[in-house]
Write a protein that binds this ligand. Structure first.
Ligand SMILES: [Fe+2]
Ligand SMILES: [Fe+2]
Length: 311
């Protein structure tokens, strides 16, 4: 078969909603796009543990601490499923991790913002995990089988993450004046970065059209962002808090909330590595990797020993 015939057959399968599996023929660009997207996603799960890890020892009580620990462990698991999914495309996990540590690979910019109060654990769970779910629910139907299946499992855990975050804010919003202030302050700081998580506006999203055609991406950035806003506004009302956007208003004609313009210069600046915590996060990640070297060595030694014994 010629390459054109292979490509046509491939697109026919996508159009027929068939899943593409690891051993199937696929265009090189499809493979590359997936490796980039899945590894970026894996890196985000892993780096995402860092701002929350800082709060484990400062959680206000044992129950909150246990919940936060479980949530952070889930994120490590998400990273592992996703690295495995990326490996089915013929890349080595070590090389993906090297790219993260060298700064060549990206992770979600949201994790370059600081978590400065306990309320941030609530705002991260509610808004950041909430935005992640919006994206990930759509990815459960992505065309690449191993990625889609990883997402199904991840989404179940993400909804627990979102609820635990909301529950933290609900407690604070019913607390004393200082707790209410803390709650509002965290929402003020995390709202706009959460909206940025969906990426550039559709008109400025260079890879989107091809990804939509290949059904890697099923819903556009702007549509996902709108769904997130529509879902979050009523939840914020229950908290009795305010989202920091004067333009936020229900539009009965559209059947959606209108909202203000995102500060794209901030988005691009953080993306370029100049956010408040970019350097700190990368350094912490690298140190965590180096600290874990003995675990990896011990696991290798154990597996060699077992292989020798069976031989
Ligand atoms: Fe996650
Ligand atoms: Fe999560």
């Amino acid at each position: 078969m010629t390459i054109e015939e292979l490509e046509r057959k491939f697109q026919d399968r996508i159009d027929a909603e068939e899943k593409i599996e690891a051993k199937d023929w696929m265009p090189e660009e499809y493979r590359k796009t997936l490796i980039r997207q899945i590894s970026q996603h894996a890196h985000s799960e892993v780096v995402g543990m860092l701002p929350e890890g800082n709060w484990v020892t400062r959680a206000p009580n044992l129950k909150r601490k246990a919940i936060l620990l479980a949530k952070i462990q889930d994120e490590a698991g998400h990273g592992l499923y996703l690295y495995s999914a990326a490996e089915t495309l013929g890349v080595e996990r070590d090389s993906l991790i090297d790219d993260l540590h060298s700064g060549k690979a990206k992770y979600s910019s949201i994790f370059n913002y600081p978590a400065i109060s306990w309320a941030d654990m609530g705002a991260i769970g509610w808004l950041v995990d909430g935005a992640a779910i919006m994206n990930q629910v759509a990815l459960c139907r992505t065309s690449y089988g191993p990625y889609a299946r990883a997402m199904v499992r991840i989404c179940k855990e993400e909804s627990f993450h979102q609820r635990q975050g909301y529950d933290i804010l609900l407690s604070l919003s019913r607390g004393n004046a200082a707790q209410k202030r803390m709650c509002q302050d965290a929402i003020n700081r995390w709202w706009w970065p959460s909206l940025m998580m969906f990426g550039p506006n559709d008109a400025h999203s260079p890879h989107s059209a091809q990804s939509m055609k290949w059904k890697i991406k099923r819903v556009s950035n702007d549509e996902l962002r709108q769904r997130f806003v529509d879902m979050t506004v009523p939840q914020c009302e229950i908290l009795g808090m305010k989202l920091p956007d004067d333009k936020l208003k229900w539009n009965p004609e559209r059947g959606h909330y209108d909202f203000g313009e995102i500060d794209w210069s901030e988005f691009n600046n953080v993306l370029k590595g100049n956010g408040p915590c970019n350097k700190e996060r990368l350094a912490d990640r690298l140190n965590a990797h180096l600290d874990g070297a003995w675990v990896r060595e011990a696991a290798m030694a154990h597996s060699e020993k077992r292989a020798r014994r069976t031989a």
